[in-house]
Design a protein around this ligand. Structure first.
Ligand code: TYD
Length: 214
């Protein structure tokens, strides 16, 4: 059985990451891999309920972070861990870096508290004590907030986060940059200002470089 691989896709709203998920999944499947495509917050019935609350209702940053991590715990236990144990590739639209970027960077919430929640939630039975489940590879679709805002304008009714200011998204980008700097081996930054096909090729190249796709 092949080893499971956990790939997360990150970036600000409007950076275009979601549109590349299915193409990445298709390339991995064409290489003979079983792929689970999923998202956060969400991915289980309970976590999808929590998503509606977190994205729909006003709340303070700690409440928001707790809902994100509660959803994450349910998703990890019921979807991600079983998939990795089967040797599947998990393609996850956002994971904990989004909490550090949005709640930590965007909202300015205490990253030490986020780190404590991360340590509780991502300790899983398959890993030795002290180790946390993290993506093996994080594709960060990086785009200037002003360009992302222009791409989003008129696309659909914005949710709670999509309607935030450019200044909020500048802080989110900084949050991603901080996480990338702390874990450079896991992060691959992709220039999402390029044409869509070039962005996809860069994302595929990152997965290919790991030897996970032919
Ligand atoms: P997104 O992934 O952009 O999905 P869609 O393309 O369907 O809008 O939406 C999820 C939103 O949730 C996004 O604005 C970022 C936010 N979010 C957080 O604030 N914290 C988190 O931990 C996660 C996972 C997402």
């Amino acid at each position: 059985m092949p080893a499971g691989h956990f790939i997360s896709l990150e970036g600000i709203d409007g950076a275009g990451k979601s549109s590349h998920l299915e193409a990445l999944a298709a390339a991995l499947r064409a290489s003979g891999r079983s792929v689970v495509v999923t998202r956060e917050p969400g991915g289980t019935p309970l976590a999808e309920h929590l998503r509606k609350l977190a994205l729909g209702e006003p709340m303070d940053a700690l409440t928001e972070a707790l809902l994100m991590f509660a959803a994450r715990r349910d998703h990890l236990i019921h979807v991600i861990e079983p998939a990795l144990a089967r040797g599947d590739v998990v393609l996850c639209d956002r994971f904990t870096d989004a909490t550090f970027a949005y709640q930590g960077g965007g909202r300015g919430f205490d990253r030490n508290v986020l780190g404590q929640l991360e340590a509780w939630v991502q300790a899983v039975p398959a890993l030795a004590a002290g180790r946390l489940r993290q993506p093996d590879l994080t594709l960060w679709f990086d785009l200037a907030p002003a360009i992302a805002a222009a791409r989003l304008a008129g696309a659909r009714a914005p949710d709670k986060f999509e309607s935030q200011s450019v200044a909020f998204f500048e802080r989110v980008v900084q949050g991603y940059a901080d996480r990338a700097q702390r874990d450079p081996g896991r992060f691959v930054r992709i220039d999402a200002e390029q044409a869509r096909e070039a962005v996809l090729q860069d994302a595929l190249a990152a997965v290919r470089n790991r030897g996970w796709v032919a």
